[in-house]
Design a protein around this ligand. Structure first.
Ligand SMILES: CC(C)(COP(=O)(O)OP(=O)(O)OC[C@H]1O[C@@H](n2cnc3c(N)ncnc32)[C@H](O)[C@@H]1OP(=O)(O)O)[C@@H](O)C(=O)NCCC(=O)NCCS
Length: 157
């Protein structure tokens, strides 16, 4: 059995929401995910599945040449096994295939783990949005000139 990354469907939303509540202080509602996958024509959402279990998820909006990462998360018990890297590589590939030439995202100033992940793929900090998360500033990161080098992904334990 191995990790697969597939488009997020309605049947995944309960599991996604459970992870969301564990990893974010202000989680999106189930309705927000359903709205994104059904009604937002600019959005693409994916789940990482390991033996059919939802272990992570990620999403992007692609508008013309720009892709915006809206979310990226891995279940706490599955973190540190390369799943975040696999999801991010997938988003980059999808953004590239949809015609984007650059990607951006916001990340909490305190979220060094996520910042390290993004830097690994060539994202650089280009600005700061004060109180973007109400309780904390966001760093704005950009990746120019897709596609980037593909990282070798380790085996999932
Ligand atoms: C950020 C997140 C998605 C990373 O997922 P993950 O599956 O644990 O990450 P990976 O195992 O693929 O590791 C990717 C890279 O992240 C960085 N990283 C992972 N754990 C780290 C840690 N404890 N400290 C610092 N950097 C770390 C490393 O650069 C790592 O690459 P390496 O293994 O080659 O050193 C995950 O921690 C998560 O879901 N966090 C909560 C939600 C979140 O903050 N999302 C980002 C919003 S912008």
């Amino acid at each position: 059995m191995s990790l697969s990354i597939e488009p997020m469907k309605f049947c995944h939303v309960d599991a996604v929401s459970e992870i969301e509540k564990k990893v974010y202080p202000t989680p999106w509602t189930k309705f927000a995910f359903i709205n994104e996958i059904i009604d937002n024509g600019f959005a693409s959402y994916y789940v990482a599945l390991y033996n059919k279990e939802v272990v992570g998820y990620a999403g992007i909006w692609v508008v013309l040449e720009e892709a915006h990462i809206t979310t990226l998360a891995v279940s706490p018990k599955w973190q540190g096994k390369g799943i975040g890297k696999a999801l991010l590589q997938h988003l980059i590939n999808e953004a590239d295939s949809k015609g984007a030439v650059r990607m951006t995202l916001e990340v909490r100033v305190s979220n060094l783990k996520a910042q390290e992940l993004y830097k690994k793929f060539g994202f650089v900090v280009c600005g700061r949005r004060p109180k973007y998360y109400r309780d904390e500033d966001a760093l704005i990161m950009w990746l120019e000139k897709l596609p980037v080098r593909k990282l070798a992904l380790e085996h999932i334990n």
